[in-house]
Ligand binder design. Structure first.
Ligand code: PLP
Ligand code: TYF
Length: 398
């Protein structure tokens, strides 16, 4: 039965973890996968999460099946966070929100629904993008192409190229946009640029799909979510996938959502019924624990305030690491302008290092980044930063 099965390629990022774990170098540093570690190099368990779990444990509940679209209070909390609880679309019941298995699950439910809705549409993702965007939409049956995004020469965004590609796309084309903290480059659009993107999407009749996996890691919860308000203001129908993997440090619980903004409450009811079919035929209904934790935190004022503070702490530490990296590289004799590192947002920095340099970082120094030059600055800390900077400086000089 399986004799003809070919070996599938490893995930380029998750595969690096295996290589890292097998490396005996005691000074190894993993800047590959996008995970936030604290200054001690530990994966944090947020205090707000522990408090919500203690509360849940004090009044344990039986675990029946959840509704297909998940915990109602959770879906409501997601809408409040993403769109604002008193936004017109939420008040007028124009958003269908379903609990999903992480941000990936939200993307997949959306992709499967879109395939039923408009089977011949193409999907455009940024060049470059999170690798799984291409794989996920391809496996959902779409042809996936790219719009220009990264401008290596200017260390920024090739905005003219991006806009031209959107304007030239046929009506109905699905455009996947990173709402904030672009993975992998770290370069985000300004709100003036977003305004032009919204206009182009509207004029060309494209279907925007905003992937929000890092809300709160860039400038702040509201600031990072501002792009949503811009799409709302334009009166567009659009998709938003949400992930709490990073913002709650709940990676393994698989907590995310999909929200679809529709034109009327009646449309929303119909869209929700279709999303439920996608879910029912894939995994029936979502798991309870992680979503209950997030719903508890978001709807309990004291826990919510604690979450915002802890998320702010992660955001500030990442910024400090960006600044420290620039300083340490200068101290190690690198004279080129590295200010781009502090202009980038979120967990990642596109370092501009070549494949050869990234490979030397791994083999000679035990510093693991992605071959594309992407490093996870959220894994830097006060103990490893000097060694990482020295390693980068060494491969840049020779
Ligand atoms: N979208 C982007 C851009 C990401 O970087 C990630 C990272 O994991 C995801 C989606 C998926 O998030 P999750 O782990 O919640 O599925
Ligand atoms: O880009 C990253 O590193 C994160 C984590 O298949 C990740 O988004 C990477 C690869 C993957 C799933 C998650």
């Amino acid at each position: 039965l399986f004799a003809a099965v070919a070996m599938a390629p490893r995930d380029p990022i998750l595969g690096l973890n295996e290589q890292f774990n097998a490396d005996p170098n005691p000074n190894k540093v993993n800047l590959g996968v996008g995970v936030y570690y604290d200054d001690n190099g530990k994966l944090p368990l947020l205090a707000c999460v522990a408090a919500a779990e203690a509360q849940m444990l004090a009044a344990p509940k039986a675990r029946g099946y959840l509704p297909i679209d998940g915990i109602a209070a959770y879906d409501q909390a997601v809408q409040g966070l993403v769109f604002g609880a008193d936004s017109d679309v939420v008040k007028n019941k124009r958003v269908a929100t379903v609990q999903a298995l992480g941000g990936t699950g939200g993307l997949k439910v959306g992709a499967d629904f879109l395939k039923r809705l408009n089977p011949s549409a193409k999907v455009l993702i940024s060049d470059p993008s999170w690798e799984n965007h291409r794989a996920l939409f391809t496996n959902a049956g779409f042809t996936v192409e790219t719009y220009p995004y990264y401008d290596a020469a200017n260390r920024g965004i090739h905005f003219d190229g991006m806009l031209a590609a959107l304007k030239a796309a046929p009506a109905g084309t699905i455009v996947v946009l990173h709402a904030c903290c672009h993975n992998p480059t770290g370069y985000d659009l300004t709100s003036a640029q977003w305004e032009q993107v919204v206009e182009a999407v509207k004029t060309a009749g494209l279907v925007p799909f905003l992937d929000m996996a890092y809300q709160g890691f860039g400038e702040g919860i509201a600031e990072d979510g501002a792009v949503i308000r811009q799409f709302l203001a334009a009166g567009l129908d659009f998709f938003v996938s949400t992930s709490f993997s990073k913002s709650f440090s709940l990676y393994g619980e698989r907590v995310g959502a999909l929200s679809v903004v529709c034109s009327t409450a009646e449309e929303t009811t119909k869209v929700l019924s279709q999303l439920k079919i996608v879910i029912r035929t894939n995994y029936s209904n979502p798991p309870t624990h992680g979503a209950q934790v997030v719903a508890t935190v978001l709807s309990t004022p004291a826990l919510r305030a604690q979450w915002e503070e802890e998320l702010g702490g992660m955001r500030v530490r990442i910024r400090q690491m960006r600044e420290a990296l620039v300083q340490e590289l200068k101290a190690a004799g690198i004279t080129e302008d590295l200010s781009f590192v502090t202009r980038q947002k979120g967990m990642f920095s596109y370092s501009g290092l070549s494949v050869e340099q990234m490979q030397r970082l791994r083999s000679e120094f035990g510093v693991y980044g992605v071959d594309s030059g992407r490093i996870c600055v959220a894994a830097l800390n006060s103990k490893n930063i000097k060694a990482v900077a020295a390693a980068i400086a060494a491969v840049k000089k020779a």
